[in-house]
Design a protein around this ligand. Structure first.
Ligand code: SF4
Length: 583
């Protein structure tokens, strides 16, 4: 049976105990992004720093999780170590279904454990286990140990864990989910580290009954058919997003060598086609997803002392390829996989880490820093240097890497080079399409290319009407916010229209939500902005570094005047949205 409230487990690491509480608001915040913001308003401390032990680490799922395919994400919310403001990061794997089968709409972790610990939850149990012996272990070894320790119910079990980056306070630390998915951006892994929390194991060991009415199975079949019959399935399953590497390169929109270029004639070795041809091992999928967009590549590793080879499996898509490939001048897909592999082991957000190292490489070229800072010779195209640098970033080996691991701008504040820091709120995503995308990522709530489709607006002949572009970003964000409140994978956005979502919600009994999608999505959008601004975000203070104005795309040079006016107008709209509701 559906519930008109949220069932939330709040775990206190100080005491090692938890409470299941009920939270109202199903008809106003829906779940996922909306629920996370509501819970942060209830449990978060807007004026205390991100690492205050009282700050909550929130994981929230949506009303359709378990009922329909691709409702497979979990929204993780926290106060971010990257900017000390409210942040959201989304991950998949088995996390959302495990929470659903554990009979939880959300899990909140507060407090700080006395010693390194692992939270283990299920539908009827909670345990906080001390796992000192895992502290310091890389992410792969940690995963292996946790899988051994918690063998039971592996199909319905989700394992979240951090690596050394999270333990050492790097603001670029991710939370790994079930090996091939991540709560990647804005430092969720660092929040776990600050709480002395090495892992979270969610046992989906309860029962989740489906609806017994006639409409639900019919609609499920229809949704499944649409998801598997359309282009979406083949697009994301076959080459996946890594197909974008060649496409963006062709239209001069691929960030290369710290965005000194937007295309490269020598890109053939790292295109999605090349990966599929020589390095793709298999596809995998999040639970409840028939698409299977996760591409797992391999590379061989030689163990010198034993004179034997092993192969390693590493997931890839467009973003990690751009961040460790074109951005770093790496031309070979196996070298890209090897760099990603080190970042994975360390538990780093590979996008931020790759882009930060691209800045460090140019800074070294320009003589702003020396090898005394970088320890290893960073040079575009030199994969060996980057593999070592990823470790330094993770361990904070010296002052330079400690600062860089807090964000490229933090390092630039000390050493100079802010003009060529590829930072749009956080290290940039892999699209250099133009003014609307740069504005969208710089000001977007998640500083993600997925906040709104600015990259797509740039690619259409829309002209330079500020009002149109701002309206587009606001409207597109609103639609996405409802989807992420359902915790839909955004790859399914063309299938899950408002009309279809309304039918889905109705078929499982959420009639009020089904009939109010527009007003609920608007409310959630405003609530998120209110929450972000309450924690210190000043949209009008956002600066887009000079490098982004020096870019040339297929449309020609960036129009700096348009970029600045657009940024200011969007900032104003964000403030208006935040001010339009009371919490
Ligand atoms: S399309 Fe990919 S990311 Fe989305 S749910 Fe399926 S496997 Fe996960």
């Amino acid at each position: 049976m559906i519930r008109d409230y949220f069932r939330v487990l709040v775990v206190d690491l100080f005491t090692g105990r938890g409470n299941v509480v009920t939270v109202d608001g199903r008809d106003t915040v829906a779940g996922g992004s909306g629920l996370a913001a509501a819970l942060f308003n209830k449990y978060g401390q807007t004026s205390k720093p991100w690492n205050d032990p009282e700050q909550p680490l929130i994981f929230a799922i949506g009303p359709l999780t378990g009922y329909f395919p691709l409702m497979s994400k979990t929204v993780c919310a926290f106060k971010s170590p990257y900017h000390d403001q409210y942040a959201e990061s989304h991950g998949g794997g088995r996390s959302s279904l495990s929470l659903r089968f554990a009979d939880l709409d959300a899990l909140i972790i507060t407090g700080k454990a006395k010693r390194p610990s692992c939270v283990v939850v299920g539908s009827r149990h909670l345990d906080v286990k001390e796992v000192q012996y895992l502290w310091g272990m890389d992410l792969y070894a940690t995963g292996k140990m946790l899988r051994r320790m918690f063998k039971k119910g592996s199909g319905h079990r989700s394992i979240l864990r951090i690596g050394p980056a999270g333990e050492n306070g790097s603001a670029m630390a991710c939370i790994n989910v079930d090996s091939y998915r991540h709560f990647g951006r804005l430092g969720g892994g660092t929040v776990m580290g600050a709480k002395n929390l090495k892992g979270i194991v969610i046992h989906g060991d309860g029962i989740f009954p489906l609806m017994e009415n006639k409409e639900y199975p019919k609609l499920f079949e229809e949704v499944h058919r649409q998801l598997t019959d359309t282009d979406m399935m083949s697009k994301y399953h076959n080459l996946g997003t890594s197909a974008n590497v060649a496409v963006l390169n062709d239209i001069k929109a691929l960030p290369c060598r710290n965005l000194q270029q937007t295309s490269d004639t020598d890109i053939a070795g790292i295109t999605g086609e090349k990966f599929a041809e020589v390095a793709l091992l298999r596809n995998a999928a999040c639970s409840g997803c028939p698409v299977g967009c996760i591409h797992i590549g391999f590379f061989r590793e030689k163990f010198m002392e034993e004179n034997r080879y092993l192969y390693r499996q590493v997931s890839y898509d467009h973003e990690p390829i751009f961040a460790t490939g074109s951005m770093l001048g790496i031309k070979d897909c196996f070298n890209v996989l090897m760099i990603i592999d080190v970042a994975e082991k360390m538990g780093l957000d590979v996008m931020s880490a790759g882009v930060a190292l691209a800045w460090a490489t140019e800074a070294l070229e320009k003589g702003i820093i020396t090898e005394k800072e970088t320890i290893v010779p960073l040079k575009f195209g030199n994969d060996k240097g980057y593999k070592e640098a990823m470790k330094h970033l993770s361990f904070g080996t010296n002052e330079f890497y400690r600062l860089l691991s807090q964000g490229t701008m933090k390092a630039a504040e000390k050493y100079g080079g802010a003009d060529f820091a590829c930072v749009l709120g956080q290290e940039m995503a892999g699209y250099a399409t133009g003014e609307v995308f740069f504005t969208s990522q710089a000001l977007g709530l998640r500083h993600s290319h997925l906040d709104s489709a600015g990259y797509s607006y740039d690619q259409k002949p829309k002209g330079k009407n500020i009002q149109d572009a701002v309206d587009f970003m606001v409207k597109d964000e609103q639609g996405r916010v409802f989807l992420t409140s359902m915790v839909a994978c955004l790859f399914a956005r063309s299938v899950y229209t408002d009309e279809l979502l309304s039918k889905c919600l109705q078929s499982v009994g959420y009639d009020t939500l089904a009939n109010n999608i527009k007003s609920v999505s608007q409310h959630i959008q405003r609530l998120r902005w209110k929450t972000r601004l309450a924690t210190g975000f000043n949209p009008q203070g956002v600066v887009i570094p000079k490098r982004f104005t020096e870019v040339t795309t297929w449309k020609g040079s960036i129009d700096e005047d348009f970029l600045i006016r657009l940024k200011n107008a969007y900032a104003q709209r964000i403030i208006e949205m935040a001010e339009s509701i009371q919490v």
